[in-house]
Design a protein around this ligand. Structure first.
Ligand SMILES: [Zn+2]
Length: 161
């Protein structure tokens, strides 16, 4: 028997102004994109933006549906859009923010389990780390240098070979 441990480092910034300029700009855009969310049911509006290796940026927001399971998170809307528009271009960074009409939150957003699975797949396709900037409309920001760190022991394409 052997016990193993999983841990990872991430950076916590007190607020958006502490971020390097390029990351700050991305998070500001992610905040703006929350306005494009279609979230009449949860009133939890999420905005995400990807910076690609070719310099392009692509935006995504959550899209809900009266049939709740049909709804899509901003992260997966974004990933599908990137893959459709720029299928061969790696994603360098994704910034995500949210705005909730129902409650104040004192911590940055964190991708749901399904989106973590999707993010690690894209990072695998990228063959390079996909950085995440996790924020909200104000306050602290988390920066994680590789999205796969959010999903230890992930099910990957390696299992299907
Ligand atoms: Zn999600």
């Amino acid at each position: 028997m052997k016990e193993k441990k999983f841990e990872f480092n991430y950076t916590v910034y007190q607020n958006i102004d502490e971020l390097p300029p390029e990351q700050k700009e991305l998070l500001e855009e992610a905040r703006e994109i929350t306005q494009h969310a279609y979230a009449p049911y949860s009133r939890f509006q999420v905005g995400a933006i990807a910076k690609l290796a070719n310099g392009e940026t692509v935006k995504g927001s959550n899209q809900e549906n009266a049939s709740f399971p049909v709804g899509l998170c901003a992260e997966r809307v974004l990933l599908a859009t990137v893959s459709s528009l720029f299928p061969k271009i790696p994603i360098l960074t994704i910034a995500i923010s949210y705005k909730s009409e129902e409650q104040k939150s004192d911590h940055p957003i964190s991708p749901c389990g399904i989106c973590r699975q999707a993010l690690q797949e894209y990072e695998g396709r990228n063959k390079q780390p996909l950085q995440l900037i996790l924020g909200r409309m104000e306050g602290a920001v988390y920066v994680i240098d590789s999205a796969s760190k959010l999903l230890p022991l992930a099910f990957t394409s390696d299992e299907l070979r």
